[in-house]
Design a protein around this ligand. Sequence first.
Ligand code: ARG
Length: 464
Amino acid sequence: MSDKSSSNAMWGGRFASGPDAIMEAINASIDFDKRMARQDIEASRAHAAMLAKQGIITDSDAKAIREGLLTVLSEIENGTFKFSKALEDIHMNVESRLKEIIGEPAGRLHTGRSRNDQVANDFKMWVRDQLDAAIGGIDALTAALLDQAEAGADMVMPGFTHLQVAQPVTWGHHMLAYVEMFARDKSRMQDARKRMNECVLGAAALAGTSFPLDRDMTAEALGFDRPSANSLDSVSDRDFALEFLSAASICATHLSRFAEELVIWSTVQFKFVTLSDRFSTGSSIMPQKKNPDAAELIRAKVARINGSLVGLLTVMKGLPLAYSKDMQEDKEQVFDAADSLMLALAAMAGMVADMTPNKPELEIAAATGFSTATDLADWLVRALNMPFRDAHHVTGTLVKMAEDGNCDLPDLTLAQMQSVCPEITEAVFDVLGVHNSVNSRTSYGGTAPANVRAQIKRWREELG
Ligand code: ARG
């Protein structure tokens, strides 16, 4: 690879020899950036049309370029395209093949353009597509969560803090908690999409160009809101990728938390939920096993996504303006994070749609662990006008009494209760039931079934 004849066709003019094999290995990005082929070709077609409209190239050259690029795209899509490492990246692979197909006009495509604005623009378009896909994935998961919430709007289960029984909640309310989280993820993605939606093409290498480009035309053709305003920033900006990775990391964190709950809930010790066979695996040695592998893998995928975010932040820190080749290390991290997120969202949506909450177990669990102790304290406040701090103390004493007697709060006799607080009446037993407890939590945002139904309605309207 050291004779002049193999020096690069794109910049061979000032080179006496081609690159060392190691140089080629470290330099080439084609193995991964070929994933941006469609965006690259779409952007080049828009650029060519704009060049012709501005009289920078002829209409017939633009036509040849635009048609030739479609041929290249179909070769890539049907798998006949021969990618070359020597041609380094997707941009040069496409242009070189275009030259083979249409000849001389191919060399005019790169007028007023650099790979620096080209790559930033392609990558932005790729990330934009991923944001749209992730938003679709979140919508599908949300729909599954809403169905679960509706079916279990008044199904009771224990609510936990510190993973210790706290107060009864409804299954529907628990599902809706995740709907809230994923809705925030979606809005973060929509927000990022809006901010990134500026077309980079025309920034050229770093300083803009002397050709009379119509950047608005290119921006519009590619679905951008406007062209980016500063050429230096344009070619060196990877905020759009970082924002995608940030939003993806937070979303994956939510997925991971939910996955952890499903892992716990599906154990024989909890038996809160039965996961479908379709999202479980068996053991090669223990015939009784049904493992929640999908949930475990979703729980773990966040590691790759967070890793990608930290990786790209670290690539970008300290980079001087404008483009540096370091930035080629942006893509694999984003590709991997995007793949992981999409898979995790789809697996979670499938698991949620298929899972069955075990109503009897949930109801029994909801009533254990003195879960209605707060209801008792609240009753003392309401019925006996006791200050809450005193009510808390009285209730604590009754809990201790029940614990010592190895029974639950509703199992205490009225006489036992009156031995702690003589004013307590029979009416107290009404508030010790778990259904009564959840029905009473009607404050806005509370777990009452009526609230759950109202929230489901709101979400269904919002999602259309
Ligand atoms: N493959 C490069 C990347 O992914 C394209 C841009 C190269 N630009 C340059 N001036 N060498 O970043």
